[in-house]
Design a protein around this ligand. Structure first.
Ligand SMILES: N[C@@H](CCC(=O)N[C@@H](CS)C(=O)NCC(=O)O)C(=O)O
Length: 237
């Protein structure tokens, strides 16, 4: 039966879910739901009011991590969770490190003020206070988390084991949002992480899902003078 993901790409949780489906090669439809202006009855579908939700077989699954785990059960190949118990725990830990650690700072402190707010106020450039606030969050809150990711990745190709897992999809997709804001990991300070993110974003089969490139348009205004993704649209679905 058909899968339908409810949510928009501006959410890194939606990006991760879509990347997971893409990696499995499982087709799905998408219904764009803005959780901050949802349709009537949205709380019946998503009791916490959050995206993404998944509709499948007339039933609903909530939460990106649970949706991914559900799809893994239904479509075990290619495996996106390690079979070894310790590596499994490591992979879901890295996923949680992103979901519960990086995204709260990245979304509220960087992506919202530098990308979403300007977008929703008619494409205005973010003002100096917004940029200074986001840079403070980057320095004080995000960069220590990037340093942890750098240390965990080391010189390996993937975060856990020798093949792509949910950990890599979680890291790769959150950096799409940060790239839109003009905050890619600085190669000088986080060389392994920066190279990893570049590798992930170059994966052709994930490009539409993780970068939103299929939607066209331009990236958010972000930080003046910083690298921008010109091919992606943070709100596209
Ligand atoms: N743990 C959830 C988090 C989902 C989440 O917080 N989504 C945000 C968008 S990025 C949302 O819907 N926020 C609306 C709200 O909290 O009211 C998941 O992994 O799906």
């Amino acid at each position: 039966m058909a899968f339908k993901i409810l949510g928009v790409n501006a959410s890194p949780f939606v990006r991760k879910t879509r990347a997971f489906f893409a990696e499995k090669g499982v087709p799905y439809a998408i219904e764009p739901i803005n959780p901050f202006g949802p349709p009537p009855g949205w709380r019946d579908v998503s009791p916490l009011g959050r995206i993404p939700a998944l509709e499948h077989d007339g039933r609903v699954i909530n939460d990106s991590s649970i949706i991914c785990a559900y799809l893994e059960k239904l479509h075990p190949e290619p495996a996106l969770y390690p079979s070894d118990a310790f590596e499994y725990a490591r992979a879901v830990w890295i996923e949680e490190f992103i979901d519960g650690g990086v995204i709260p700072f990245g979304a509220a402190g960087v992506f919202r003020p530098l990308v979403l707010q300007p977008l929703f106020s008619g494409g205005k450039e973010p003002d100096a206070a917004a940029i200074a606030g986001a840079e403070k969050v980057l320095r004080e809150n995000l960069e220590p988390l990037f340093a942890y990711l750098e240390s965990q990745l080391g010189s390996r190709e993937y975060f856990v084991g020798k093949q792509l897992t949910i950990a890599d999809l979680a890291v790769g997709t959150v950096f799409v949002n940060l790239r839109h804001a003009g905050f890619p990991p600085e190669a000088g300070r986080f060389p392994q992480l920066a190279a990893f993110v570049a590798r992930m974003h170059a994966l052709g089969r994930l490009e539409g899902e993780i970068a939103g490139a299929a939607g066209g348009g331009s990236g958010g205004p972000g930080r003046p003078g910083k690298a921008q993704d010109s091919s992606a649209n943070p709100t596209s679905n």
